[in-house]
Design a protein around this ligand. Structure first.
Ligand SMILES: *Cc1c(COP(=O)(O)O)cnc(C)c1O
Length: 385
């Protein structure tokens, strides 16, 4: 980064929108034509930045955006996003008029909710709703066909709602064993068939489903993790129809370099002691940035080579053991590429015994996001100042 960029700590996330667009173009080509893509940008676009990712996804051909909560949807509207926005999670019936005011589609699954919401919508308002079916995820949704039919009839007889979509969500689409997936799919098709009239959107696919299973019976998908260039699971890597390109990378610059004699402690608790004379570098990133203490021992890239984090990770800083002296300001890459070396999101997820989804969500907004398009910086989002 040069001195013109509006952040003053040399630690940043790079969001490569060219990779995002590549990932989206590939899924568009892979899906049947006319398929509508809802780009899933919940949780600040999995930590990538919701409005920047949303804008780029819409430019790349996405039909609309999907988020988890009404607050996230309103935030996008306030930042100027005009496209369709679908809230995937539950909202309060007492907030129905707010969703209608912002032209945001809500997910519904209880008749009582609709009855209550109806009284909170005024005469000029029409709330767009997608009815969620719980076919085996066990989270939210209508489970019985009889309940679905009651909801359909209620929507049909009310002027306050527009029945825009019907959907479900799979619990195991990223696992190679397809039995439970098939069971859920069968149940969903039964529920679709039970409707008197089909709404404009029938959708069931997350990334794993979009990448693996034929969607020609449906007309929309909800595409999240694949857009960010990450595989929905480890086991799915062997069946991906095309390569995915990681969008998110994490970098810092070494702020201090020192020669430490043998037997000296490094960081809290002195749990790491130098064995010989060692070159120790200090990085301005710590657990308050989401670079959590469990990442002690994880490698980072310096001059294209792997070097380990030594000693405990502090709130704002951590130390690495260098191979030799390097100049202050040398770039260290914690997630991403340097030369031929690569630290993937999956490597960090493995170290933390979790899934790749969790990692970019974990990297806090204390770290500015730098947006790259056509190989150039187009925007810096620093939430601090
Ligand atoms: C988060 C979410 C998605 C996106 O899932 P990915 O695996 O990231 O593609 C789709 N549908 C629902 C209901 C979700 O909550």
């Amino acid at each position: 980064m040069n001195e013109k960029t509006p952040f003053f700590r040399d630690t940043w996330v790079e969001i490569d929108l060219d990779q995002l667009i590549k990932n989206l173009k590939q899924i568009e080509k892979h899906l049947p034509s006319e398929m509508k893509i809802f780009a899933v940008v919940k949780a600040n676009a999995y930590g990538h930045g919701d409005v920047q990712i949303g804008r780029a996804a819409l430019q790349a051909g996405a039909y609309g955006l999907a988020v988890a909560f009404l607050d996230e949807a309103i935030s996008l509207r306030k930042k100027g996003i005009m496209s369709p926005i679908l809230v995937l999670g539950a909202s309060r019936p007492t907030d129905a008029h707010i969703a209608a005011q912002y032209n945001i589609s809500l997910t519904v699954f209880q008749k009582e909710w609709l009855e209550q919401a109806e009284s909170h919508l005024n005469k000029e308002q029409k709330l767009l709703v997608h009815v969620k079916c719980d076919t085996g995820m066990g989270r939210i949704g209508v489970r019985e066909i009889s309940d679905l039919k009651e909801i359909e009839s209620f929507l049909h007889h009310s002027d306050r709602f527009q029945f825009e979509g019907l959907f479900t969500h799979f619990a195991t689409a990223d696992e190679l064993d397809q039995q439970y997936y098939n069971q859920q799919l069968f149940k969903f098709k039964e529920m679709v068939a039970a409707l008197n009239e089909k709404p404009p959107f029938i959708h069931c696919a997350n990334s794993a489903t979009s990448l693996r299973f034929d969607q020609s019976e449906f007309n929309a998908v909800r595409y999240g993790i694949g857009m960010y260039g990450l595989s929905p699971s480890e086991e799915m890597k062997s069946v991906l129809p095309f390569p995915l390109h990681e969008v998110f990378s994490l970098h810092t610059r070494i702020s201090n370099v020192k020669k430490v004699p043998p037997g000296e402690g490094v960081s809290y608790g002195s749990v790491y002691k130098t064995e010989q004379e060692e070159w120790i570098g200090t990085l301005q990133i710590g657990y308050a940035d989401g670079w959590i203490r469990k990442l002690q021992g994880q490698e980072v890239l310096v001059e294209g080579e792997r070097v380990p984090i030594v000693g405990r990770i502090c709130m704002d800083q951590c130390m690495i053991k260098l191979k030799h002296e390097v100049p202050i300001g040398t770039k260290a890459t914690l997630i991403g590429k340097q030369g031929t070396e690569y630290i993937s999101m999956d490597e960090i997820a493995k170290k933390l015994e979790t899934i790749n989804y969790e990692i970019p969500c974990l990297i806090s907004t204390r770290i500015p996001r730098v947006y790259i398009q056509h190989g150039e910086i187009i925007e810096v989002d620093n939430r601090l100042i």
